[in-house]
Write a new protein. Structure first.
Length: 179
């Protein structure tokens, strides 16, 4: 059985910019990484996520399979989302809050704004990108932004997140508290 990471976001660029290196490192560690986009029709190209080793899924399709009771996808051990979606998409908000309440799924959020109500539930963590992750993230970001070449100079060595870890030992050994 492989670990699963489901990532919920509104855009390919957002995922690559904020979490691309982490997703690549998880995929290379053997995780099944799926990016569930809130509006797949508005996304020009899923290739940047494929560069990182992630599969692209329409959030509506994934939610419909859960609601119908015929889940074609196993539940993930980890869930990641753009923090700004919690304020504007009730589906994402409900899923993240349920995952935090039940404590059986690692929840990771990224972005520049954080819902104040989650301050007690999630702590600041960092992921140190492997050299390969930095290179693949640069290629994926260049593809997402439709610029020639790569964006190596703009790729940092770490990515910062807020994470609510489950009560038992986490499968998130690559996330360490910031500080």
């Amino acid at each position: 059985m492989r670990y699963r990471l489901d990532v919920v976001a509104s855009s390919v660029v957002d995922v690559v910019r904020f979490a691309g290196g982490w997703l690549f490192d998880r995929a290379m560690a053997g995780w099944d990484v799926s990016v569930l986009l809130t509006d797949l029709a508005d996304q020009p190209d899923g290739r940047p996520l494929q560069i990182l080793g992630a599969q692209v899924v329409d959030l509506e399709v994934a939610l419909a399979s859960v609601e119908s009771g015929v889940e074609s996808r196993p539940r993930p051990q980890a869930l990641a989302a753009a923090a700004d979606l919690l304020g504007c998409d009730p589906r994402v908000r409900q899923g993240v809050l349920q995952a935090l309440d039940h404590g059986v799924t690692e929840v990771t959020l990224w972005g520049e704004t954080w819902p104040a109500e989650l301050d007690d539930s999630v702590g600041l963590v960092q992921h140190r990108l492997s050299m390969a992750a930095q290179m693949f993230k640069a290629k994926a970001l260049a593809a997402a932004l439709n610029v020639g070449g790569a964006a190596e100079s703009s790729i940092g060595h770490t990515e910062a997140f807020r994470s609510g870890l489950m009560a038992c030992p986490s499968v998130a050994a690559d996330l360490v508290p910031a500080g």
